[in-house]
Design a protein around this ligand. Structure first.
Ligand SMILES: Nc1ncnc2c1ncn2[C@@H]1O[C@H](COP(=O)(O)OP(=O)(O)OP(=O)(O)O)[C@@H](O)[C@H]1O
Length: 469
């Protein structure tokens, strides 16, 4: 039918009744124009989709319709001009939007005899696209709010983090917080392992329940078991008659942090593994186990996998603990955190003692040159020391302990306007004091320093270095 229909003139085709009924039953809109762009036919679906009426269109040339602004573009004209199929999204004068795809129909000599346009209602698609767009915007908005909320929670929970390294640690802690898996927190002493464990607890659904920290290194090996697991009534001589709950039981519903886990004796490690696997403890002398609902976190400043290699730590326990490993880098590897810590600790003291002490940036800069072997704890203690010994409101270079001035100063790059003489004097005083201590007499110290004893005496008087130095 289609083949024979194509042999007919376009006008005849569109008047063929069978052909018409096929076109009328199409759900998509159909527009047929001849080679001049005159409209031969539009179907009912077209009227439904575009809101235009046949009477407005049939018999009219596309250019005129375009001039009357019934639509903004014409697919038919594009197809006639380019002689290839074309698809255009149209906005009609009625406000409707549809996708029109025009196909050229050629005769045997290759000339276009008509253009058949298929018009598809895409309002549903556009609605969906708008919905996706709105949902995407909302999701962006929510994730931004979530990030801000998390930041806020971080601030409230007192975890300072500026560096990328610490942000990654926080991100990981936040990811693991809602779950119950074990977390092994590793890092040098004073890096903030306990802070991180508390942070995970605070961010978890267990936040209202206890957070119990057990310093495994501080418990004598013989008592580790009873401290952790407790003991039953009258279980051994010298024990409390009533029995005693262990740390695990005290942490029921909450979180337990096994600090310095690397120090736990091997026999107790086997029992810990059982606790982790069975989620129950056997108090010493008890007949029944006690079921546990406790999240277990562990921390260590040792390299646990080295301990495993050396046979000092059970491999199975290591893997059981190490489900999510969090490693907190030493402070010297995240110096961007230093200013944040300085102001955080300073503010704590200012609030507590109702003061308004400040630390100028050049002093904070010097902190960045120091190696901080005691990590955040050392920095925290230093701020407390500076807060106490400084009499005025500004904590200056002159208040810094020698280890910071000498280790922190790169004399080629001193960048402390107006403070150079102060720094030079400070360093000179430290060097003379230490030389006197090392050599025991002015004559020997002067010789070691390459100066006259009389010069040295003058400087000792200038700096009021005490005889015992
Ligand atoms: N990110 C941080 N934000 C705020 N305070 C911190 C942070 N990290 C560490 N601190 C502070 O530094 C001190 C040491 O932290 P913490 O006790 O958590 O270290 P640790 O790694 O568990 O030390 P150790 O291995 O010696 O037990 C604490 O007083 C803590 O408040």
């Amino acid at each position: 039918m289609a083949a024979s229909a194509l042999m007919e003139a376009p006008e005849d085709i569109v008047h063929n009744r069978l052909f018409m009924s096929i076109l009328e039953s199409s759900f998509d809109g159909i527009w047929i124009a001849d080679h001049k762009g005159d409209t031969l036919y539009v179907n009912t679906a077209y009227e439904r989709i575009t809101g235009l009426r046949r009477e407005q269109l049939v018999g009219r040339n596309m250019r005129d319709l375009l001039a009357e602004k019934l639509f903004e573009h014409s697919t038919v004209l594009v197809v006639l001009e380019k002689k290839i199929p074309a698809s255009i999204i149209h906005k009609y004068v009625t406000g409707r939007i549809a996708l029109a795809t025009g196909n050229p129909v050629f005769n045997e000599t290759g000339d276009i005899i008509m253009v058949v346009c298929n018009v598809r209602d895409i309002s549903e698609l556009i609605k969906l696209r708008n919905e996706v767009e709105t949902t995407k915007n909302l999701s962006n908005k929510y994730s931004h709010e979530l990030f801000q909320l998390r930041q806020q929670q971080m601030d409230n929970s007192g975890v300072v983090s500026t560096s990328k390294a610490m942000k990654r640690v926080i991100e990981l802690a936040l990811k693991t917080a809602p779950f119950d898996n074990t977390v092994l927190i590793q890092g040098d002493s004073g890096t903030g392992k306990e802070v991180m464990a508390k942070f995970i607890h605070q961010q978890s659904f267990r936040r209202e329940a206890p957070f119990i920290k057990v310093n495994c290194a501080a418990i004598p090996a013989t008592l580790v078991e009873s401290e952790l697991f407790g003991y039953a009534k009258g279980s051994f001589t010298g024990a409390n008659h009533q029995g005693k709950p262990g740390m695990f039981e005290l942490a029921q519903g909450g979180t337990i942090l096994l600090d310095e886990i690397g120090e736990v004796p091997l026999e107790v490690q086997a029992k810990l593994l059982r606790v982790l696997q069975e989620k129950e403890v056997f108090p010493i002398g008890a007949k029944e186990p006690v079921k546990l609902d406790v999240r277990i976190l562990a921390s260590t400043n040792r390299n646990l996998s080295d301990q495993v290699q050396k046979g000092k730590f059970r491999e199975d326990l290591f893997y059981r603990l190490n489900v999510i490993p969090i490693t907190i880098p030493p402070l010297k590897e995240r110096k961007e955190d230093i200013p944040g810590f300085v102001y955080y600790f300073l503010e704590k003291h200012n609030k507590r003692y109702k003061k308004q002490k400040t630390i100028p940036l050049e002093v904070v800069d010097i902190f960045s040159n120091y190696a901080w072997p005691g990590n955040v704890r050392e920095l925290e203690n230093l701020i407390e020391y500076l807060f106490i010994i400084s009499t005025g409101d500004e904590i200056g270079l002159e208040h810094l302990p020698p280890r910071l001035v000498t280790a922190g100063l790169n004399l080629d790059e001193v960048n402390a306007p107006g403070q150079l003489q102060l720094i030079v004097d400070y360093v000179e005083k430290q060097v003379i004091s230490s030389s006197l201590r090392n050599h025991g007499s002015i004559r020997k110290a002067a010789a070691a320093l390459g100066v006259n004893p009389s010069t040295l005496v003058r400087k000792i008087q200038k700096y009021r270095i005490k005889a015992d130095a």
